[in-house]
Design a protein. Sequence first.
Length: 320
Amino acid sequence: MKRRTIRILCLQEKRWKGCKAIEIGDGIKLSYHGVETKRNGLAIAVDASLKDHISSVTRVSDRIISLRIATAKGFWTVVSVYAPQRGCTEMEKATFYEELDNVIRSVPKSDYLTIEGDFNGHVGQDRRGSERMHGGRGFGSRNQNGGRIMELAEAHDLAITSTFFTKRESQKVTYSSGGRRSEKDHVLVWRTALKTVKNVKSIPGEQIAGQHRLVIADVWMLFPKQAKCKIEPRIRWWKLTSQTRRMLCEEITTAGLPDPYGPIDSTWDAAASTILKCARDTSGWYLQRHPTLSRIRRNQRRKKREQSSVVLERRIAESC
């Protein structure tokens, strides 16, 4: 994730039993769900910059998991799926698509939705009658599971993003085994949000699990900015000398302090306000700003030069 600058990674066939959220290094948070250790299982990994913005995690089954992330313009719902492969019963396939249908229906239309995973279906190149959700730039021909994907996309107005980008065959193929090549890993978004997807491709040199390839989608998204720390002005108390101390005492006496026999809180607030005002007029104040990156680097270069000069002088002295 760090090398490819991936902020959210959806994983299938994790095969970890249980449902937990753990830290796996480099600040990455992994939320996973699995029922058995020999089949299925899903996970979503979120990098350090986004893990504090996770609103909720929903573990539907060992084939569907989703999480919701707060962004600058609302929420982003990410769904990781692993569809039943060839050989599974029709009942299992129907159950999966029914559960996925319910998950999509539960997502508010105001959310940015991304469905990523191994759908085990080929949508092919033919887009006749499906121009809105299919871009016509798929790979191969459509099969029965691909037809289910198209029905799902049409029912919820989703776009199969990879079909809208022209790529080389090596960047379209997501699965390769024994001379068989196919595109069965897909990324789906709301059709109205298709313009936020800038690129979708598979990486031939990144084989994740034997025959599978890493599929990367570049999505333009605004995330909340980190709140800046409020810098309070500081009075230059260390600038006080014997002369300025006398001036400060005179100003406080001239301004006058409140009646000490009044209410404690109001008396203290009034006295503190008077003393601080007189101190600012006498000594002045300043804002202690955090050092910028350029200033830090300048200081580092200066210290390095000083250390180098000291070492050079020491070597010259030793040689003499």
